[in-house]
Every structure is written in structure tokens, then in C-alpha cells.
Design a binder for this molecule. Structure first.
Ligand SMILES: Cc1ncc(COP(=O)(O)O)c(C=O)c1O
Length: 424
């Protein structure tokens, strides 16, 4: 580990939570340089919905490289891009009767978000954007301005400009309808909140602590946007690509956003990001928004192969089945330790175990890692253990990982026994 400490910036994050030198990976298993085995409940923060090194994806990549397929192409037309667009159109868009134009942005999620903000502002000729408490949209300046968590942001990086934060569903508890609250601000010309170009929202907040917006809330938000001529942008970077069961996370609400950001798992493990927009919003002039790494061709090859998972209902059914197993296991766990006042939240295969006692979730993640499970945290105070396994994880491995969490929590409760009882 010395070379990382010597040379790599202090900004290192995950290496501190998971102090091993990882070497190989297959499906939902990771191996470090000493051959130690870890079950992966983190899936590259939602990038590996189809697991590590899926054989069909690896094979397609190897074949493409072996035939000297173009890797870097800026936004030129390539065979790999054509194949991806055809597959994405047929399997995802047309199958859902969705009409979107596709824009490939720089290869990370935040690039897609920046592009959405810029396009919304350009089309609507308004600068304000409304986002939500606990939202996470990336860390470049525009995305950062609509990201809630202060940890990532300080005033001296730049002000949170042209962005307003409004309460997400449930922010004030179950009895306050936050759409009514938002509506009041928009109706009142003297509220101090400018009519925004767009509302940007995650249907399930991932980094924010696995907060699930209800179907009704999403439908009301879509209706509000229509009424006030505001563009609705769904950030599906973390919970799209099947994480909640359907390909897009907004399908459960039956709404059609004006724009959708996609990244992470769309690339089948390779860096890829894109913005979907209703055709009439595509008001760019040629070359007006560019980037050197828009649409890497290796990512297109991997992404096209990954979309084969959506040829039938199999993956959606698997997500529902395995999601229910996770929910059952966490609900039982929370019930076993009432003194922790732990809450279980989630949908599909993103679940959170919210443990309010300070630092306890972190201890559980550490303890789990020592027992061979990689699992990360979310929430404003890192108070939520976030379950984000690959959608393709074998049921046996899933159960093994859940048993590790069980044992890790028992060990932490045992260690902290007196303090926890005292706090309860
Ligand atoms: C919902 C959401 N939007 C945007 C991003 C930013 O993506 P990236 O880290 O690739 O810039 C993330 C990353 O976690 C995310 O979860």
C-alpha cells in the first residue's frame, strides 16, 4: 500500500474503506493480490449492474480489439456506435414507445448532468434549476451546484449559483406533501424563487441515502412541471439500467421525462455517459457542445452486448426476486436490534439500512470487509449501509453476503453493547 500513500493524493476515498490491492474480478467476486476473495455488494457504485467482466462483454471487447476496431473516434460515425444506437433504439426506446434523441457526452455521469443543465437553460432561456435535498448529481461545478451534501462543496470553490434546493419526497416526514410546498413557491411571484428551466431529480436517491420517491410524488412532480412549463430531467445515472427492476427507474410512475441522464452501467463496465432528450429540445448547433472522449468505441461494444440482457423479462424478474430477498433479510435484521432504531428503505436491488447511531454504519461496513464483503455507505452522515450488488449476482452469493452483514452487525453491536444500550 506504500506507493499509494506516497504518491497518490490524499483525496483517495474507497481505498481507505477497502484496504486491499485488488487484482481480478468475475461476476460478483473480487480477488486481491494475495488471492483473498470478496463478495461485491458495491458494484462500482452502480456501474457493474451486469457484474465484473461478464464473459460475453469481455469476449466482444477482445474480438473488437483483435480486429483493430476503432477505439477513439470523437463523435465520428463508427460501426460500433451504429450498432449501439440500433440496439438501444430497438431494445430500449422503441420497446417502450419512447422518442428521444441521444447525445453522447464526456464519459462520466457529471458530464451528462452538465449537458442537461446547459441544454435546459439554452432552450428555456432561464438560468434557475430546481433540485432536491439529499440529491447527488456529480462534482463538476454545475452538477455540484445542484448536489445537496455540503461535504463536497465549499463556498470558496464557487457559489451554488442558479440553483435552488427544494424538499424531496418525505423530507418533512410522511404528513407533508412537498409538491404542495414547491407549488406554492412557483405560484408566488414574490417567493424569491425564479421560475426554473428544469427540475432535476433522482427517483431513488442513491448517494443521498436510498430515499425512494413515491409513484404519486413523481407523477405530481411531472404534472407540476407541465403546468409551469419546466423541463423535467430524471438523473438515472445510478438507478437506471435496471437497478429498480425496469430499465428506466421512472417507468414505475408511468411518466415521460423531457430529458434523462444515463451513465455508470450503460457502458457495461466501460466509461460511457449520455443524455436523452425529447427531439424538439435538440436545439444544439453542430459542435456547440463537445468533448474529446464522447462515446468511446470500446464502451459502445460493451454497452451493445450488455443491452442483450434487455431482450426479455428475465433480468427484471431476477431483480424483483433478489430484491425481495434483500428486503426480507434487512427487515429481519432491523427487527432483531430494536435498540438501533434502524430503518430499511429501497426498491428493486438498491437497499439501505439506515442506522442513526453515529459511526455505526461505518463500523458495520469495516467489519463486513474484514469478513470478505465489499459494501459502501450513503446518506448525509454516512449513516446508511447501501446494498448495491450486481443485478446478476448468484442467489447463493447474495445469501452469503447477507449472512456476512448479519455477522458484522452482531459483532459491532456486541462490541458497542453498553454504549448502544445507553443511547437507546
Ligand atoms: C445520480 C447520480 N448522478 C450523477 C453522478 C455522477 O457521476 P460520475 O461520478 O460518473 O460523474 C452520480 C454518481 O454517483 C450519481 O449517482
Amino acid at each position: 500500500m506504500r506507493i499509494f500513500e506516497q504518491l497518490e493524493s490524499e483525496v483517495r476515498g474507497y481505498v481507505r474503506a477497502f484496504p486491499a490491492i485488488f487484482d481480478t474480478a468475475k461476476g460478483s467476486l473480487l480477488f486481491d493480490e494475495n488471492g483473498n476473495r470478496y463478495i461485491d455488494f458495491f458494484a462500482g457504485a452502480g456501474t457493474l449492474n451486469y457484474g465484473h467482466n461478464h464473459p460475453a462483454i469481455s469476449e466482444a471487447l477482445i474480438k473488437y480489439l483483435q480486429r483493430d476496431g476503432i477505439v477513439h473516434g470523437l463523435d465520428k460515425a463508427t460501426v460500433a456506435k451504429k450498432a449501439f444506437l440500433q440496439k438501444f433504439h430497438g431494445t430500449i426506446l422503441a420497446a417502450r414507445k419512447l422518442e428521444y434523441k441521444v447525445q453522447f457526452t464526456g464519459p462520466t455521469g457529471t458530464n451528462a448532468v452538465e449537458t442537461a443543465l446547459k441544454l435546459a437553460r439554452m432552450v428555456k432561456r432561464r438560468s434557475n434549476i430546481i433540485a432536491f435535498t439529499n440529491g447527488y448529481h456529480g462534482l463538476t461545478m454545475g452538477s455540484l451546484a445542484i448536489t445537496g451534501n455540503n461535504f463536497y462543496r465549499d463556498e470558496f470553490f464557487g457559489m451554488r449559483s442558479n440553483a435552488v434546493s427544494m424538499p424531496f419526497d418525505g423530507y418533512f416526514g410522511p404528513d407533508v406533501d412537498t409538491i404542495t410546498y414547491l407549488r406554492r413557491y412557483l405560484q408566488d411571484a414574490s417567493s424569491g424563487v425564479d421560475l426554473p428551466a428544469a427540475v432535476v431529480v433522482e427517483t431513488v436517491q442513491g448517494e443521498g441515502g436510498v430515499n425512494v420517491a413515491s409513484v404519486k410524488w413523481l407523477q405530481d412532480l411531472a404534472q407540476l412541471c407541465r403546468e409551469f412549463d419546466i423541463l423535467l430531467v430524471i438523473d438515472d445515472i445510478q438507478v437506471g439500467n435496471g437497478r429498480t427492476g425496469s430499465f428506466f427507474s421512472f417507468e414505475r410512475a408511468g411518466i415521460v421525462p423531457d430529458m434523462v441522464t444515463l451513465s455508470k452501467s450503460i457502458g457495461g463496465g466501460m466509461p460511457l455517459a449520455m443524455l436523452l432528450m425529447r427531439p424538439e429540445l435538440d436545439q444544439w448547433k453542430p459542435g456547440e457542445h463537445t468533448g474529446t472522449f464522447r462515446g468511446n468505441n470500446l464502451a459502445f461494444v460493451a454497452a451493445t452486448e450488455a443491452l442483450n440482457f434487455w431482450d426479455d423479462e428475465g433480468l427484471t424478474q431476477a431483480v424483483q426476486h433478489k430484491g425481495a430477498l434483500i428486503e426480507q433479510s434487512l427487515t429481519a435484521l432491523a427487527a432483531r436490534y430494536p435498540q438501533l432504531d434502524a430503518r430499511v428503505r429501497g426498491l428493486g436491488m438498491i437497499w439501505g439500512l439506515d442506522i442513526p447511531s453515529r459511526g455505526l454504519a461505518r463500523e458495520v461496513s469495516r467489519e463486513a470487509f474484514e469478513r470478505g464483503l465489499v459494501i459502501e455507505l450513503a446518506g448525509a452522515e454516512d449513516n446508511v449501509v447501501k446494498f448495491l450488488p450486481a443485478l446478476t449476482i448468484e442467489e447463493e452469493l447474495l445469501q452469503e453476503g447477507l449472512a456476512i452483514i448479519d455477522a458484522a452487525l452482531a459483532a459491532v453491536v456486541e462490541r458497542r453493547g453498553e454504549r448502544i444500550r445507553g443511547a437507546a
